[in-house]
Ligand binder design. Structure first.
Ligand SMILES: NC(=O)c1ccc[n+]([C@@H]2O[C@H](COP(=O)([O-])OP(=O)(O)OC[C@H]3O[C@@H](n4cnc5c(N)ncnc54)[C@H](OP(=O)(O)O)[C@@H]3O)[C@@H](O)[C@H]2O)c1
Length: 184
């Protein structure tokens, strides 16, 4: 299969990409700093991506974060989030570009209950899950989509000097299983 991974330089994206390559799939690794450059904040880069990379069986997105910000510091701009808008723009294009039976995996996230400074992040996560849950029924040509909603990833917590969480390898397995369930 040929699989585009957006966010491939990150903790989850690099792990998912490596797992897929280990299984013998071709991964087109993208992000703002990758050789194949994509910026979720600039939809024209998504158009360019699908114009130059063809015969795609799956698209995985593990890119961008919503801000953790105190409620009273939020601005109007904070309610327009690239993690949400960018993944929807990617989804919209992937549905048209993917091969029959293709797979789309977006990334949300999961908080353990209401979290201080988490209002925008929780909104973005819920919106992504709700969008894909409802859009699935209308996907054409055997295409299917899902959202992975990880809790804290161990490697991220380690960077913050904390322990616990789920390893990136375990989280990556959810992406890989859904991708390889496709028809490509
Ligand atoms: N790690 C966790 O504990 C955790 C828990 C729950 C949810 N999540 C979610 O999982 C996703 C991935 O997390 P992660 O820990 O792997 O993040 P990460 O290590 O910070 O990686 C983020 C990736 O996104 C790319 N990126 C950022 N902005 C972009 C943009 N505008 N366009 C294209 N690519 C962009 C980055 O590369 P460039 O800088 O080169 O663009 C990088 O490849 C995020 O949505 C995060 O909110 C993570």
């Amino acid at each position: 299969m040929r699989i585009i991974v957006v966010g491939a330089t990150g903790i989850l994206g690099s792990t998912v990409s490596a797992r897929l390559e280990d299984l013998g799939h071709e991964v087109v690794r993208t992000s703002r700093s990758s050789e194949v450059q994509v910026d979720l904040a600039d939809p024209s880069t998504l158009d360019k991506l699908f114009a130059t990379v063809s015969d795609v069986d799956a698209v995985v997105c593990t890119a961008a974060h919503a801000p953790l910000k105190p409620l009273l510091d939020l601005t109007d701009a904070d309610f327009r989030q690239v993690k949400l808008d960018g993944q929807l723009a990617l989804f919209h294009r992937a549905v048209r570009a993917l091969n029959d039976g293709g797979r789309i995996v977006l990334t949300a996230g999961r908080f353990e209950g209401p979290m201080c400074r988490g209002a925008v992040g929780a909104m973005v996560n819920a919106a992504l899950e709700s969008f894909v849950e409802n859009a699935r029924a209308e996907l054409p040509r055997g295409i299917d989509a899902t959202v992975v909603s990880p809790g804290w990833v161990s490697e991220t917590l380690a960077l913050l000097g904390r322990s616990g969480g789920t390893s990136a390898g375990v989280v990556a397995q959810s992406y890989v299983e859904f991708v390889v369930s496709g028809g490509g």
